[in-house]
Design a protein around this ligand. Structure first.
Ligand SMILES: [Zn+2]
Length: 154
C-alpha cells in the first residue's frame, strides 16, 4: 500500500485541514454533492472519510465512518482503522487551504506577497502552486506541531 490519501466529506473540513498539516493528500470539496465526492474518491483511490452513515454504506470498501466530533478523537478513530502514521518531516508540506504540494521559493520571488517584516526576517519561503499562498517557518504556531505529534505520531 502506498501513502494513504483521503477525501473528507462536507462535514469534516477541520479534519481535512489537520490531515493536510500532517502532510496527507486530502481533498475537501464542501460545495460538491456527496455522491460526486464519493465517486471521485473511488476513482482516485482515496479513502472517503465521512460522518454520514448512509454515504458510508453506499460507498466502496475504502470508506471510514467517523463518529467523533473533535479532530483529535476523529484522528484516533481513523488510526484504529488504518495504519496511519505521520512523518514529522512531512508536516506542513501541503497547503492547508487547497491541498497543493508546497514548493520552496527564493526570497526575491515572494517579496511582494508577504508582509514586509516577514520578507526581511523569515528564513525560508514555500508557495502553493494552487492558490499562491506563501508559507514560512512560523506560519504554523508551535502548538499545531505539538498536536500533530500527539495525534498522529504517538
Ligand atoms: Zn493552496
Amino acid at each position: 500500500m502506498g501513502e494513504l490519501c483521503f477525501a473528507c466529506d462536507a462535514m469534516l473540513g477541520r479534519l481535512a485541514r489537520w490531515l493536510r498539516f500532517a502532510g496527507f493528500d486530502t481533498t475537501f470539496l464542501p460545495d460538491v454533492p456527496d455522491p460526486t465526492v464519493a465517486g471521485q474518491a473511488r476513482a482516485e483511490g482515496r479513502w472517503l472519510l465521512t460522518r454520514d452513515r448512509r454515504l458510508a454504506a453506499s460507498t466502496g470498501p475504502r470508506v471510514v465512518l467517523l463518529r467523533a466530533r473533535t479532530v483529535g478523537e476523529q484522528v484516533a478513530e481513523l488510526r484504529a482503522r488504518l495504519p496511519l502514521v505521520a512523518r514529522p518531516e512531512l508536516f506542513f508540506t501541503r497547503c492547508s487551504c487547497c491541498n497543493g504540494s508546497l514548493v520552496e521559493l527564493p526570497r526575491e520571488a515572494v517579496r511582494d506577497r508577504v508582509p514586509p517584516y516577514v520578507a526581511v526576517h523569515a528564513s525560508r519561503f514555500f508557495s502553493c502552486p494552487g492558490c499562491r499562498r506563501v508559507y514560512w517557518p512560523g506560519t504554523h504556531p508551535e502548538r499545531i506541531t505539538r498536536k500533530l505529534l500527539l495525534w498522529f505520531c504517538s
